[in-house]
Design a protein around this ligand. Structure first.
Ligand code: AMP
Ligand code: ZN
Length: 463
């Protein structure tokens, strides 16, 4: 498999450093509310990446953290009148439910920031000892970015002609800041009144870790100083991942991540999602509108991860039909198998181009296109050939994490004469020959069948 690497801006081959297990880390959710479908674009694409590796026979070790302490979790837990733990546990559980519905495989390790405070304190101590961090008068600790000449290599800050020397007396205490204001960033935040009971003891007094530190500390714990891949949404490139590189390479040595996989943002109606515009959809919002989680997953993988995905409710409406068509074609191949059974196979057969697309920079829309092309070819197969095609189809669907909807037997067992009538009527309708189209619809109706017209195809049912 080949995949774009943010650091080198080139496509690199994916193979485990240790020759055995591909070890990768994904920045997980901040558990202060339900994740939105933008977050899920990132998590679903990371899931397809993992499934593709596993389908191709590579073992994986997937680590994804939970951010359960930061400015937002503390603020909102207090507003809700709950302890930080009770509040974040509730949103962690919701996240897990949504992930399961969206068919995202659970990570092998899911560490949380609160559970790794000692490791974070130890990393700060190492950074201070090595001259990469300093404590300020109020008991906060900052990373000194002028001590790390490579700072900015991931986001290519050098091309922005920013002079690291100028940052020496500026500091950012908040977790997020803009690219044009690079400054020393906070590793340990001294306790403030608004933190309430959410603080820990440290050599610098009471406080809590800065957001960037948790990933570095958990990566050191579970993946060591060098590992295969680090991933997240594109908003994390700067400053979050840049800061992780600085912390980890300075504290642990090593080369940190060998590959950087970033997913471009999902937009809604062409713009950024925002609560005030009322277009910040969660999975629950979409389910309430009658869509299934599998339909949402299909939309999320429907465009390439390096392009923005413009989400609209209309794009979701067409998906039910696409999934039903896939299910019908699969059922047709199954009925053409006769007495043959599908055996698990290492071969993709007519779905090889779909598999190749996935391995070519995780081209998910290419893979979906390849599935439809493969199905057209496979519809002519019978017996052993049909069985092999079905095995290939199941394999590629598993790599994409797509489960097909159940369709009623009536639909799969459409008599040949009815099918021909329907196809002829569809052709007449496509040619705007309304008279013939109406006549054939009546004829179908007399024989007990109804035809529902969609945008690109139709559905037949018993009337
Ligand atoms: P957060 O819970 O905000 O830390 O985000 C969890 C993941 O979702 C991170 O990898 C983010 O980069 C990613 N993310 C946030 N917004 C979007 C979006 N609109 N589209 C795709 N990914 C996003
Ligand atoms: Zn992170």
């Amino acid at each position: 498999m080949k995949l774009q690497d943010t650091l080198t801006r080139s496509q690199k081959k994916i193979c485990p450093i240790d020759g055995q297990t591909y070890r990768f880390y994904c920045c997980g959710p901040t558990v202060y509310g339900a994740a939105h479908i933008g977050n899920f674009r990132t998590f679903v694409l990371q899931d397809v990446f993992r499934r593709t590796l596993e389908t191709g026979g590579t073992r994986t070790l997937h680590v994804r953290n939970l951010t359960d302490v930061d400015d937002k979790t503390i603020r909102d837990s207090q507003a809700a009148g709950k302890t930080l733990k009770a509040f974040t546990d509730q949103w962690r559980d919701k996240f897990h439910t949504d992930c399961e519905a969206l068919a995202c495989l659970p990570p092998h390790i899911e560490p949380s920031a609160v559970e790794h405070i000692p490791q974070q304190i130890a990393m700060i101590e190492t950074l201070i000892k090595k001259g990469h961090a300093y404590a300020s008068d109020d008991g906060s600790v900052y990373f000194k970015i002028s001590s790390f000449p490579n700072y900015g290599k991931l986001s290519h800050l050098d091309e922005r002609e920013l002079d690291l020397g100028k940052t020496q007396n500026t500091r950012a205490n908040s977790d997020e800041y803009e690219k044009d204001s690079i400054s020393d960033f906070v590793l340990w935040k001294a306790r403030r009144n608004e933190d309430g009971e959410n603080f820990w003891e440290s050599p610098w007094g009471q406080g809590r870790p800065g957001w960037h530190l948790e990933c570095s500390a958990m990566i050191a714990e579970y993946l060591g100083d060098s590992f295969d891949m680090h991933s997240g949404g594109v908003d994390l490139v700067f400053p979050h991942h840049e800061n992780e590189i600085a912390q980890s390479e300075c504290a642990c040595g090593g080369h940190f991540a060998a590959h950087w996989f970033h997913i471009t943002h999902l937009l809604v109606d062409g713009g950024k999602m925002s609560k005030s515009l009322g277009n910040m959809y969660t999975l629950t919002d979409l389910e309430a509108k009658g869509f299934t989680a599998m339909e949402v997953r299909y939309v999320l993988i429907g465009s390439h991860y390096r392009k923005p995905l413009n989400f609209t409710l209309e794009s979701l409406s067409g998906v039910k039909e696409a999934l039903n068509n896939l299910a019908k074609s699969a059922a047709k191949i199954a009925s053409n198998m006769g007495n043959e059974t599908t055996l698990p196979s290492a071969d993709f057969g007519v779905f090889q181009p779909a598999w190749d697309s996935l391995n070519n920079d995780l081209n998910t829309p290419g893979a979906l296109g390849g599935i439809f092309t493969g199905l057209r070819e496979a519809s002519k197969f019978t017996g052993k050939e049909a069985a092999a095609a079905l095995a290939g189809l199941n394999r590629i669907l598993k790599a994409l994490g797509i489960t097909l909807p159940e369709i009623s037997k009536e639909i799969t067992d459409i008599p040949a004469d009815i099918q021909t009538l329907a196809d002829t009527r569809w052709a007449a309708r496509s040619n705007k020959d309304w008279a013939t189209s109406d006549k054939l619809r009546d004829e179908l109706s007399t024989k007990g069948w109804a035809m529902k017209d969609g945008k690109d195809s139709y559905e037949l049912s018993k009337s």
